[in-house]
Design a protein. Sequence first.
Length: 597
Amino acid sequence: MKTPTTMLILATMLTLTMMWPIASLAQAPQAQAKGSQAKGSQATQSPPTPASEVLFRDIAEQAGVQFEHRSAPEKKYILESMAGGVALLDVNNDGWLDIYLVNSLTVATASQTKTAPSALYLNKGLGADGELTFENIASKAGVAYPGWGMGVCVADVDGDGWQDFYVTAVGSNHLYRNQGDGTFIDTTRASGLGAGGWSTGCGFADYDRDGHLDLFVSRYVEVDLDNLPVFGQGKTCQFRGIAVQCGPRGLPGTTDLLFHNDGNGHFTDVSKQAGVDDPDGYFGLGIAWFDFNSDGWLDLFVANDSNPNFFYENKGKGRFEEAAFPLGVAVSEDGGEQGGMGVAIGDYENKGRPDLFVTNFAEEYNALYQNKGDYFTDVSFRSASAPASLPFVGWGTAFLDFDNDGWLDLIVVNGHVYPQLDNANLGASAAYRQRRLLYRNLGLASPGAVKSVLFEEVAGRFGPILTDERVSRGLAVGDLDNDGRLDVVINNLGGKAQVLHNQMATASNWLLVKLTGKAKLTSAIGATVTVRTGELTQSRIVRSGTGYLSQDDLRQHFGLGTASKVDALEVRWPSGSITKRTNIDANRLIVIAEDAS
């Protein structure tokens, strides 16, 4: 049943006719309940966290991360508003996460590829002062100039034990193969992965279980830099009477791509025969590979902007069936198309099934889809996560346990696409620069007679680090200093990158799990890790390609609350084999190899 607030929101949505929806003018209501620290029982009222408490501290400048994303100030063309992926990966296998930040060109500088270098920051570990330091090695590593970069995804593509990465772009994409000596070789042409067009999201996965990682690439619209739509001219180039960039509606869409790994260093485009080519040309952005129904085959979700989303159910034998509508994840609760951007996957209820979260455009609400086993239910309003998102344009997102209590929280970064809003006097809810959203998982609360997980939006409790307004795009989550607390790296469009170090004062315990698969699948992409502490069971999926055009740490993090040991740990590998461990001490990183008993 929809609440009156929900019905008002949905009625408003039906009136929208612009190519991008109109931002909400209403203030977001508060969450319906607040949880106690003893999660899993009925939530009780708890005092708000003092605003002076520090959760994140931006250490970018002092740590040497001086990256600044390049973008045309006026954003007269839509392809100047969409870029900015970020990846966390360990390029030299030293156990410290490094950072790759994707830069982009502009229409004016499209032929000048060295005007906007991307950056690869090598993590040098903790200095004498106990602080992290980074060194930009992109130029000498050979990964500084991918052209008009968009996003990035990570995997050990050739199974040699070194993490490689793939950069999507306007024009040719790039596969960078890690040589193990601090350098990379661009093997795009030899691998058959140049693609072309305007690529956005990407992710590696062994979809046919042949022991080799394949690659999916989403694409956005067809673009001709010599014949771009004229700024402000036409009905899809206006926003509340203001001249703005054109699109995506009104622009021609394009197909998506699935590349099958031939096992010899070369990939073959099998998009059409696999059934994932998108012949109608929807506007593809964030993607996610995950086995939603636990049948052993990785399925594929694609967030489409201003079109219904795709959910490709893996039927085996190299074939997929598009089932977003019957599975309940194609459109909004009232049947409206949404502006899908970023995608997060996580078992936020600790029930053993991965759920789905999608960031959308302003006034459309970010969608939380609860996995029921063989279909999904939109619980965005029931979980209290939707209302706070209404004024914002959401991009990068991730499930993360920021306080190590054993329940997955949510983070979203925001930012509009029209800088012209700064001078339009349309109110704060239509601002170009926007704050972040941080949702604390309250565990199993009981509003009325129905038990459900509730989220409380708490970004404002932790000072300006999350409420300062930026134009953000990519976001990646991982433990940069191996202290058991998850950190966040953000790529801001036309601005400086942020490295948010988690400094939560908590006594909660944790476990970090690194998996090493066998043969060519060393990255263990698609593996599921499950840990049990007392009555609490958590699960995580190793994924390539996360959030909005970005890549989280491939290691899996578990908050353990007060538990000092993990009673049982199980890894279900992509091959179907299972590895089990028991009685594991907390507050440590453990490495598990597939061949180990």
